[in-house]
Design a protein around this ligand. Structure first.
Ligand code: CU
Length: 504
């Protein structure tokens, strides 16, 4: 394969020594060679500025029928952004977003690529584009100190949907902080046209605190090495594609998702609940197109293109079908389809009758029911309000989300419970009589007979001490104690902590 740039000197890209060598050479990258001299046929190509877009947007399809010299300017910025409601994280980004800006070029283009590292950055960064043929995919040529810019040129020899990422040591940390994105190299004839195109990437995140723990979190290297992520996310935050931020399409449209996995570690079982992918460009390659696919496997550092027609209105939930990641670590997104119903394709609920089955073993029955309902509830969690301080109202809002994620399954959204099975929390004389006991119930669970508003229940509530932080317990009880006509003071994390640690 003919290349425009001579081979780079450095091969051992992932060694820590590269990091040091380049750090010392702050006058310029270690493979600096000066500007490339183009042959006349390349000099003759028209010059074009690439359109870059933030997720979930994709640049428009290319309509030109010839190659071009495409100028790409990408800026690295280290920014503090929410990773979850009330939880912040210092992301390292390409273009200020996770994933980084989407780049769209055409096979045969000559790309003049400049990586600028914002002066406010604390660290040097680089870029390895999987679309590049050449050592390190551009990494050694783009190693860039804060307040500097590096340029290199490559020819897009292969069509496909490619991941790009930072390859500065420690590489899993740079990727784990959000340094990845997608570059689409279209075939000369383009891809089949569709009505909507979206850009979604999955990544695993390793934070010092537990899932949902509030405040600024830092990267946890030990969790990353063990591949035990705290968060598994679409587009860099819990709820980034939920509620107001959901993807939107109309009934009858063809939808395309350019889906990538940044990693650094996990592979995704990408699935859209309630849809079937009509076409899948497996592994982001352009030759083999699979049809009628339920779930497609996307490797870390890999991608896929999926097309599907939306026939029925409603909310379709994007998940990693390794479902604990979806329901416990954040890997949930939504596609809202609006338009007229077609009840032959999908009737909607035809009958709603109470069915409780045999309540043989109360404990296992209720935890099974909880698991089932959780799946439904996750789809209904609304986008998170921005929470400024620890005011009671803010706590109430946060608590509502915990309630809608955890308690709602049994006590129902109106807090009225279910006759003979789940006691009410609305106007519960039992609950309102003893605040500490309520904390204990949420943490340790409850079983045996209990009388609420004159009715006796004898069932099992599972403990939540492993699933909820002190703050989350305080938030949910603040919500419960101030909803449906109840009123009471806010609970604090310290109240909860004392009870969590008590010995019986
Ligand atoms: Cu980096």
């Amino acid at each position: 394969m003919k290349k425009n740039t001579p081979p780079l000197i450095i091969g051992a890209l992932f060694s820590a020594s590269i990091f040091l060598i380049n750090l010392n050479a702050s006058e310029g990258p270690s493979d600096a060679k000066g500007p490339v001299i183009f042959p006349p046929e390349i000099v003759a190509l028209p010059i074009e500025q690439a359109i870059l877009t933030s997720p979930p947007r994709v640049p428009p399809p290319l309509t030109r029928k010839h190659s071009a010299r495409v100028v790409v300017n990408l800026e690295v910025r280290e920014v503090v952004m929410p990773i979850a409601d009330g939880t912040e994280y210092t992301f390292w980004t390409y273009g200020g977003t996770v994933p980084g800006s989407f780049i769209r070029i055409r096979e045969g283009d000559v790309v003049e690529f400049t990586l600028n590292n914002h002066p406010s950055s604390k660290l040097p960064h680089n870029i390895d584009l999987h679309a590049v043929t050449g050592p390190g995919g551009g990494a050694a040529s783009t190693f860039t100190a804060p307040g500097h810019g590096s340029k290199f040129t490559f020819k897009a020899l292969n069509r496909g949907l490619y991941v790009y990422h930072c390859a500065t040591a420690p590489v899993p940390m740079h990727i784990g902080n959000g340094m990845y994105g997608l570059i689409l190299v279209e075939p000369p004839e383009g891809l089949p046209p569709v009505d909507r195109e979206f850009y979604v990437m999955q990544g695993d995140f390793y934070t010092s605190g537990r899932f949902g723990e509030t405040g600024l979190q830092t990267f946890d290297m030990a969790k990353s090495i063990d591949e035990h992520p705290t968060y598994v996310l679409f587009n860099g935050a819990v709820g980034s594609l939920v509620g107001d931020k959901a993807l939107v399409a109309n009934v009858g449209e063809n939808v395309r998702i350019y889906f990538g996995v940044g990693g650094p570690n996990l592979t995704s079982s990408f699935h859209v609940i309630g849809e079937i992918f009509d076409k899948v460009w497996t592994e982001g390659g352009m030759k083999f197109v699979q049809e009628h696919v339920q779930t497609t496997l996307v490797p870390s550092g890999g991608s896929t293109i999926v097309d599907f027609k939306v026939d029925v209105p409603g909310t379709y939930v994007l998940v990693d079908h390794s479902l604990s990641r979806a329901f416990n670590k954040g890997a949930i997104g939504m596609l809202k389809v609006v338009g007229d119903e077609d009840r032959v394709i999908y009737s909607g609920k035809e009958i709603d009758a109470v069915y409780l089955g045999s309540q043989s073993e109360a404990g296992s029955e209720s935890s099974r029911r909880e698991a089932e309902l959780k799946a439904r509830i996750a789809a209904e969690i609304k986008s998170n309000p921005t929470i400024a301080g620890l005011t009671k109202e803010a706590q109430f809002e946060r608590g509502k989300q915990v309630y809608m994620g955890v308690c709602f399954a049994c006590h129902l959204p109106d807090g009225k419970g279910l006759p003979n099975v789940f006691p009410p929390l609305a106007a519960s004389d039992y609950m309102l009589a003893d605040r500490e006991r309520s904390v204990r119930i949420v943490l340790k669970g409850l079983s045996g007979p209990v009388t609420v508003n004159g009715t006796t229940y004898n069932s099992v509530m599972p403990p939540h001490e492993a699933a909820l932080t002190d703050q989350q317990v305080a938030d949910v009880l603040t919500y419960v104690f101030n909803s449906w006509g109840n009123s009471g003071d806010a609970f604090t994390a310290n109240n909860v902590k004392a009870i969590r640690n008590e010995r019986h």
